[in-house]
Design a protein around this ligand. Structure first.
Ligand SMILES: Cc1cc2nc3c(=O)[nH]c(=O)nc-3n(C[C@H](O)[C@H](O)[C@H](O)COP(=O)(O)OP(=O)(O)OC[C@H]3O[C@@H](n4cnc5c(N)ncnc54)[C@H](O)[C@@H]3O)c2cc1C
Length: 434
C-alpha cells in the first residue's frame, strides 16, 4: 500500500517547515528498528534510546515524522469516552480499566511536556459529551451514573448553560467531565520528533515495503536499500494490517476534518465569546467539534472505510461541504465560507474497541489500534512496548496486558461489507448530530 497524505492539515500548516530530513539511501544494520513515527513510534524510540544509549536504533516513517494521524486529529487528550458501549453500569469493571489506561496516558503526555518543556496549547478545560436530541438525556444519565460510580467528576448541562459556555443553541443536553485536556497535536508530536535521543537515527519519506525474519534477524526492504535489525517494533497504527501485523484483528478507517480561520472580533462576539471548549458526540457518528485557543472552529464529522485510504483534492472538497453544514447549523450567524483547511487521516479500529499491545515473538513487537484516544494511549503504549521489548516489566505493562484483546474479524469481502453496513446505520442514527 502506498502511503500518502493530503497537504492541507490546519495543525501542520501552523508549524515551521523542517529541513533536516534524512531518507534511507544506503543499507544499514542496527539493534532496533521502529516502523512508524507518530505518537507511538516516537515514544517507543525515546524510551528505548534513553534506556540503551549505546545501541543503534533506527526509526523510519513513510512520510514526515508525526505528520500522519498524530498531527491530523482533533487534539483531545481524553479522560473518558462514551461511544464504546460503556454508557451504563453493566460493564463497569471493564470501563474502569479503560479509564485507568486513559489516565495513565494523560500522565505519560504530561511527563513528556514537563521533562522537555513543551509548549502545545495545553488546556485542562475538560470536555462535553453533547447532543441536540433531548432523547439522549436518558443515555447521558446512565453514563453519568457510571462515571460517578468511578468517582469521575461529571456534571449535566442543558441548552441555556450550553449556550453560555459554547456559544451555540444547537445542543440541548450534555455531560461535562473535568479531566480531559485540549491541545495542539501538531505541536506536541513535533516536540517528540525534535527531542529524540542522540542514538536514534530518524529516516523519513522511507516506506517499509516488505519485511521478513531470517534466522534471528529481521530484514526490512525499502525502495532501494535494506535494513537488518535484531528486533523490530511496529507502530504504524492504521497501517498495521497492510504490513501483515495482527491482520485479522484490526482495520483502517479514514476520517476527515476541517478548521476555520480565526474568528474576527465581531464573529466571536456574535457567538457569545466563549472560552476554549471541546464537544464529543453522544451518538457514535456525530461530530467532534471544538473551539481552539486562537478562536478557530475545528469539526470532524465523517468516518469511512476506504480503499485507497486517502482522499484526493476533489473528494476533500466534498467533505468540506459536509463540515461547512455542520458548522452552519451550530453557528448560523457565521459566514459560510470560513473554512481554511480540510484534511483526512487514518485511524485503526478493532471489532470490540480493544487495542493492540503485543510481543509477537522474541524479536517482533507491535502497539496500536486506539481509535480516538491515540494521543495519550499511543504515548503510553509506545513507551511501554519499548520497555517490554527491552525485557522489562512494569505495572503499566501488567495492566495493559490484562485488558481485553481485540476480537477476530471475518475475512474480506465480508469484513468491508460489515463495516460499511455498521457505519451506514450509525450515520443514520446520528443524522441530526453530523
Ligand atoms: C481526524 C482525526 C481525529 C482524531 N481525533 C483524536 C483525538 O481528538 N484524540 C485522540 O487521542 N486521538 C484522535 N485521533 C486518533 C489519533 O490521531 C491516533 O490514534 C494516533 O495518531 C495514533 O498514533 P500512532 O503513532 O499510533 O499512529 P500514526 O499517527 O498514524 O503514525 C503511524 C505512522 O506510521 C507511518 N507508516 C505507516 N506505514 C508505514 C510503512 N510501511 N513504513 C514506514 N512508515 C509507515 C505513517 O506514515 C504514520 O506516520 C484522531 C484521528 C483522526 C484522523
Amino acid at each position: 500500500m502506498f502511503i500518502i497524505n493530503d497537504n492541507y492539515c490546519g495543525w501542520i500548516k501552523n508549524l515551521s517547515k523542517r529541513n533536516n530530513i534524512k531518507v534511507i539511501d544506503k543499507n544499514h544494520k542496527c539493534d532496533w528498528i521502529i516502523i512508524g513515527a507518530g505518537f507511538t513510534g516516537l515514544s517507543a524510540a525515546r524510551k528505548l534510546g534513553n534506556l540503551n544509549p549505546n545501541k543503534k536504533i533506527i526509526l523510519v516513517d513513510a512520510q514526515l515524522a508525526g505528520e500522519g494521524a498524530s498531527s491530523r486529529n482533533s487534539g483531545y487528550l481524553v479522560d473518558t469516552t462514551l461511544n464504546d458501549g460503556f454508557s451504563s453500569n453493566i460493564k463497569i469493571k471493564d470501563y474502569q480499566k479503560k479509564v485507568d489506561i486513559y489516565e495513565r496516558g494523560i500522565v505519560s503526555v504530561k511527563n513528556f511536556i514537563k521533562d522537555y518543556l513543551v509548549e502545545c496549547d495545553w488546556n485542562e478545560c475538560g470536555k462535553f459529551f453533547a447532543s441536540s436530541k433531548l432523547k439522549d438525556e436518558k443515555k447521558l444519565k446512565k453514563f453519568s451514573e457510571a462515571l460517578s460510580n468511578l468517582n469521575i467528576h461529571n456534571q449535566m448541562f442543558f441548552k441555556k448553560d450550553l449556550f453560555q459556555k459554547l456559544g451555540t443553541e444547537f445542543y440541548n443536553v450534555s455531560i461535562f467531565t473535568k479531566g480531559g485536556v485540549l491541545l495542539h497535536p501538531g505541536k506536541l508530536v513535533r516536540a517528540m520528533t525534535d527531542n529524540l535521543p542522540e542514538n536514534v537515527e530518524l529516516y523519513e519519506n522511507s516506506q517499509l515495503i516488505k519485511w521478513k525474519k531470517i534466522n534471528y534477524q529481521i530484514q526490512c526492504i525499502f525502495k532501494k536499500n535494506e535494513v537488518i535489525a535484531q528486533k523490530i517494533i511496529f507502530c504504524t497504527n492504521g497501517f498495521l494490517k497492510s504490513l501483515g501485523i495482527k491482520s485479522d484483528y484490526n482495520f483502517p478507517l479514514t476520517l476527515t476534518a476541517s478548521m476555520t480561520r480565526p474568528l474576527t472580533n465581531k464573529e466571536f462576539k456574535s457567538i457569545n465569546e466563549p472560552n476554549e471548549w471541546g464537544v464529543l458526540p453522544v451518538r457514535p457518528m456525530g461530530a467532534t467539534i471544538r473551539m481552539t485557543k486562537d478562536r478557530r472552529i475545528l469539526i470532524r464529522n465523517t468516518a469511512e472505510k476506504r480503499n485507497p485510504n486517502y482522499f484526493n483534492k476533489l473528494e476533500l472538497a466534498k467533505k468540506k461541504i459536509i463540515h461547512q453544514r455542520g458548522i452552519q447549523k451550530r453557528f448560523p450567524s457565521l459566514d459560510k465560507d470560513i473554512i481554511d483547511s480540510t484534511w483526512s487521516g487514518i485511524v485503526s479500529r478493532s471489532g470490540n474497541g480493544s487495542q493492540i499491545f503485543e510481543k509477537i515473538d522474541d524479536s517482533i513487537f507491535a502497539a496500536g489500534c486506539y481509535n480516538g484516544s491515540g494521543i495519550g494511549v499511543g504515548t503510553l503504549f509506545g513507551e511501554q512496548i519499548a520497555l517490554k521489548a527491552n525485557n522489562q516489566n512494569t505495572d503499566e505493562i501488567n495492566i495493559i496486558e490484562k485488558l481485553k484483546k481485540p476480537n477476530w474479524l471475518p475475512p474480506q469481502p465480508i469484513l468491508s461489507l460489515g463495516i460499511k453496513i455498521k457505519l451506514f446505520y450509525e450515520r443514520l442514527r446520528a443524522k441530526s448530530e453530523i
